[in-house]
Write a protein that binds this ligand. Structure first.
Ligand SMILES: CC(C)(COP(=O)(O)OP(=O)(O)OC[C@H]1O[C@@H](n2cnc3c(N)ncnc32)[C@H](O)[C@@H]1OP(=O)(O)O)[C@@H](O)C(=O)NCCC(=O)NCCS
Length: 183
């Protein structure tokens, strides 16, 4: 479990799959700036889940009371890690995703020897652009017609954060470990 101030990130377990399946099949969950993904059976979602490994991880975004309010995925794309996230509509606009993205950045830079994390977002998705900006990402460019969403091709902005721009954990609670000889 990755612990922040108001939210935690927990790796998705098998018992989360019914909820994830409900979310992934609900067009309102993805919102209008994400592709209207293929409707997927629980079995197909289970198959995707079984294939996850060290290069692709699904996290649940949890409030401190343990309630599951969203999804954050991360995966290796070429030499970089990329993140993506969605919150249930009733929990948007409360700063939760900003924290979730910060936790993801802290975790990736602390657990992997990588120099860069990236994300893309629909050019009209202001909320997501603010999340990325507050999590330390910079806008690096525009990907023309990079996304087919709701019957139209749309442009994406590419965002990235480099390790030297991150420097130290911003939100992830870091253990204080006493190093003792022989302990
Ligand atoms: C995008 C999303 C993840 C943002 O998460 P969130 O927890 O609501 O974001 P935050 O509360 O941290 O808010 C971020 C900022 O965006 C602003 N914002 C929220 N909704 C907004 C909207 N519809 N239009 C403009 N700004 C908005 C907030 O006021 C906040 O601004 P501030 O930095 O000036 O305070 C969430 O809205 C969502 O799940 N949307 C649908 C799925 C999606 O688009 N995912 C991202 C794909 S790239």
């Amino acid at each position: 479990m990755l612990e922040g101030k108001n939210v935690n990130l927990r790796v998705a377990e098998k018992e989360d799959l019914p909820l994830l399946s409900e979310w992934f099949n609900n067009p309102e969950f993805a919102g209008r700036y994400n592709p209207l993904d293929a409707q997927e059976s629980k079995t197909d979602i289970e198959k995707r889940y079984e294939k996850l490994g060290s290069e692709k991880v699904w996290f649940l975004i949890l409030k401190k009371d343990g309630s599951r309010i969203g999804y954050l995925g991360m995966g290796l794309v070429g030499p970089y890690w990329e993140i993506g996230y969605v919150l249930v509509s009733s929990e948007r606009g409360k700063g939760y995703c900003t924290e979730a993205a910060q936790l993801a950045v802290d975790y990736l830079f602390m657990s992997k020897d990588i120099v860069r994390i990236q994300a893309t977002t629909h050019i009209e998705n202001i909320a997501s652009q603010k999340v990325l900006g507050k999590a330390g990402f910079q806008r690096e460019g525009r990907i023309r017609k990079g996304l087919f969403a709701w019957g139209n091709w749309a442009d994406l902005y590419l965002y990235g954060i480099l390790r030297e721009e991150w420097k130290e954990p911003k939100i992830l609670k870091v253990l204080e470990i006493n190093h003792r000889v022989g302990y």
